[in-house]
Ligand binder design. Structure first.
Ligand SMILES: NC(=O)c1ccc[n+]([C@@H]2O[C@H](COP(=O)([O-])OP(=O)(O)OC[C@H]3O[C@@H](n4cnc5c(N)ncnc54)[C@H](OP(=O)(O)O)[C@@H]3O)[C@@H](O)[C@H]2O)c1
Length: 252
């Protein structure tokens, strides 16, 4: 039986990587979909994969006006939401002595502020038994010197998930997080690093990983499906790690 029959899901950052793999799985499980992204061509390519009934919306995840306009489109199209997957995020290196205020603000705006206000503004659309899922990162549990601002933005999300889980459970809305380790996505492969540095980081991760490989976006999507469906009805304010054991060896 399809696990999401009759459900409607909004996935931010649904045009690529983890978000797109989740959109494919949710669709296969019977959900109606709205996805967001910034790049029109990527969104159009995602729609071609997911079907013409997918609502695709160009929307900057860190901008309140755009969040409101995006949710107005979702409201007009679907009326209500059962699943809100807050997955859009940006990662870039911010070594302490080189990081700029603009970088700091943009990472925090997209990864943290945007998530808070999307949840706030989506509340009128969320049906009883709705599931909110936030994508964090294993960098929020370990020291990550060159990505300290990104890691801190994801640590802020872990705290937010715990607080909002308590705020919303009385309305029969569950809030949880997925915490991915290294996942082989378009986004990861576009990290703004010199090629030799990027390849050195990639092979170092594979060497240190207990499972000796990157995860696939589909492997994260299956955990998102668990959190989106009634299978996780008793899971509240939790952050599920999907990392091939990486945090076991990364943590002190
Ligand atoms: N891959 C990993 O190893 C890994 C590990 C831990 C956590 N994560 C988290 O997983 C999530 C998805 O990452 P991914 O690896 O799947 O990356 P990805 O392939 O680059 O996909 C990111 C998605 O988010 C959208 N997006 C990015 N910035 C946005 C913005 N400012 N406004 C609206 N949409 C935006 C992208 O759309 P456009 O392409 O149009 O910008 C795209 O649809 C992120 O939150 C990331 O931090 C990833």
């Amino acid at each position: 039986m399809n696990k999401l029959n009759g459900k409607t899901a909004l996935i931010t950052g649904g045009s690529s990587g983890i978000g797109l793999a989740t959109a494919r799985l949710f669709k296969a499980e019977g959900a109606r979909l709205a996805i967001t992204g910034r790049d029109r061509e990527r969104l159009a390519a995602a729609r071609a994969q997911l079907g013409d009934d997918t609502l695709t919306i160009v929307s900057e995840a860190g901008c309140l006006n755009e969040i409101e306009a995006m949710l107005a489109q979702v409201d007009q199209h679907f009326g209500k939401l059962d699943i809100l997957f807050l997955n859009a995020g940006i990662a870039e290196p911010t070594p302490l002595e080189q990081a700029t205020e603009a970088q700091f603000d943009s990472i925090m705006r997209v990864n943290f502020k945007g998530v808070f206000f999307t949840i706030q503004k989506a509340l009128p659309l969320l049906k009883p038994k709705a599931s909110i899922i936030v994508t964090t990162s294993i960098t929020n549990r370990s020291g990550t010197p060159n990505f300290s601002v990104y890691a801190a933005s994801k640590a802020a999300l872990r705290s937010l998930v715990q607080s909002l889980a308590l705020t919303l459970i009385g309305r029969d809305i569950r809030v949880n997080a997925i915490n991915p380790g290294p996942i082989d996505t378009e986004g990861f492969n576009r990290l703004p690093l010199p090629s030799e540095v990027f390849h050195a980081i990639k092979s170092d991760i594979e060497d240190r990983s207990p499972i000796k490989r990157f995860g696939a976006p589909d492997e994260v999507a299956k955990v998102a499906l668990f959190l989106a469906s009634e299978d996780s009805a008793y899971v509240v304010g939790e952050e599920i790690v999907v990392d091939g054991g990486m945090t076991l060896v990364c943590l002190p």
